[in-house]
Write a protein that binds this ligand. Structure first.
Ligand code: 4AD
Ligand code: MG
Length: 437
């Protein structure tokens, strides 16, 4: 729209005539005059209407799309330092009339409905400033990720979603009809990012991952995005973890820089970062949970959700001033076929999770890069090397020592904003029940 002024720019136009456009967020009819709250993508503005304008809005509902030409004036406020502005309407144009009342009230500081109702009515509830803010923060996380990776000279790759075989093994994959065959939706870009190690040495991408999760939890989706990363010619796993830590620091710095208003609106304090994210082995983590958390899970091969929460929201902030903690050396039984065994510590693997302020946000590690060893690993896992022909071709023709990680975009958003359910951090979530909107 030509000559349109956005709401946040109004204070720079004091005394001038401007054109603003947006949604009728709220309306107060005082008979001879009224106050409309106009919402655009930058914020809310009060518009003072005359009786004739109120007449134009007769029979119309909130969310009607309007265009206002008016004069920017200082808003009378109880607080003389407030320096707020409002627009005195001269002409009002209805761009898109709404005649049905909105199904969920969004013209208040918080939407107070159940999560399922919020999501059933996503088309409207997404318009609420706080809902909007969540996905502005999410976008900033992506910008920070990309900025970091580009500075390293790494290459952004767009990975396929349709594949002929399961990418991570296991049973959590979706099958789709593909002409006269069956295809699967990729669980991760794992195999593809590794293949590109034969060319680019450092790659990243924001891919889609699909998991046929059997149960609804507050941390799992059936469709989510993964920041994929892979780097070649590494000296060890520490190098991969260094990238994970540095990229998260940049992502959070980007949110702090670009989402000042959003953070204020959401009233969140981002997790502390500390000087360095602590790095502990799984054994050490379980021992800490026993000794300091008082719960003995030392016989377990993994961290329970409660242990992850304790470690990242209680132990690490207190001991290291950080809401993030790397846990390394998960046992062989839990490791994927592509994970490199630590031959100096039989039974241990070169793998890690980054637990970020509540739960796992990253899994990563070093990969098997030698052909013979990879064939053996596949067999050891009870899989058939013949099913991995394309994948094994990269080992056969040489890939460097390499490693990488995958980080869930929605999981990261959920944890840094302390949202209780991952679906709040997903713009159009899919779960066991939900495929709409
Ligand atoms: O831990 P995952 O399954 O690891 C992989 O996919 C490996 N290929 C990564 C690698 O490079 N080695 O998934 C990685 C991340 C998790 O840490 C989590 O943040 C997120 O993806 N994630 C999910 N997010 C939402 N819903 C689910 N069902 C998720 N499963 C994993
Ligand atoms: Mg994992």
């Amino acid at each position: 729209m030509k000559n349109r002024t956005l709401v946040t720019a109004l204070p720079f136009h004091l005394g001038q005539e401007v054109t603003i456009a947006g949604w009728l967020h709220n309306l107060r009819d005082m008979k001879n005059f009224g106050f409309a709250i106009l919402r655009d993508r930058t914020g809310l503005a009060q518009v003072v209407l005359e009786a004739a304008h109120l007449e134009q809005l007769k029979g119309l509902q909130l969310e009607t799309v309007i265009k206002v030409i008016g004069v920017v004036k200082e808003k009378k406020s109880k607080d003389p330092n407030a320096k707020e502005v409002e627009v005195q309407c001269v002409t009002l144009e209805i761009l898109s009339p709404v005649t049905d009342p909105v199904p969920v009230e969004i013209a208040k500081p918080d939407i107070d409905v159940q999560l399922e109702t919020l999501l059933d009515n996503r088309v409207v509830t997404l318009r609420h400033p706080k809902q909007r803010a969540i996905f502005r923060v999410q976008a900033a996380l992506v910008h920070g990720y990309r900025a970091y990776m580009e500075r390293q000279g790494f290459t952004e790759i767009f990975f396929p979603i349709l594949a002929g075989a399961a990418s991570e093994g296991g049973a959590e994959f979706f099958k789709v009809n593909y002409y006269d065959r069956e295809a699967t939706l990729t669980q991760s870009a794992q195999l593809y990012k590794q293949i590109t190690m034969g060319v680019y040495e450092g790659v990243y991408g924001l891919s889609y991952s699909f998991r046929a999760e059997k149960f609804a939890t507050s941390r799992h989706l059936t469709e989510f995005n993964q920041f994929e990363f892979e780097v070649g010619f590494v000296d060890g796993m520490g190098e991969v973890m260094d990238h994970a830590e540095a990229v998260i620091r940049e992502q959070i710095a980007t949110v702090e820089r670009d989402c000042i208003e959003e953070l204020k609106l959401l009233n969140v304090t981002l997790p502390p970062l500390g000087a360095q994210f602590p790095r502990v082995t799984l054994k050490e983590a379980l021992q800490l949970y026993k000794d300091e958390g008082g719960i003995d899970e030392t016989a377990e091969p993994d961290l329970s959700p409660a242990a992850e929460r304790w470690l990242s929201t209680e132990w690490a902030p207190k001991a290291h001033g950080s809401g993030f903690v790397f846990v390394t050396s998960y046992p062989e039984a839990k490791a994927k076929f592509y994970t490199k065994p630590d031959h100096d510590h039989p039974g241990d693997m070169f793998n890690f999770d980054l637990i970020g302020f509540g739960s796992e946000i990253i899994s990563g590690g070093l990969r098997v890069n030698r052909y013979d060893e990879q064939i053996q690993r596949i067999k050891d896992k009870g899989l058939n090397p013949a099913d991995f022909e394309d994948y094994l071709m990269m080992h056969k023709y040489g890939i460097p020592p390499e490693g990488g990680f995958g980080m869930g975009l929605q999981r990261l958003t959920q944890n840094i904003l302390s949202l209780s359910n991952i679906k709040e951090a997903t713009i159009f979530p899919r779960d066991v029940q939900r495929l709409r909107p």
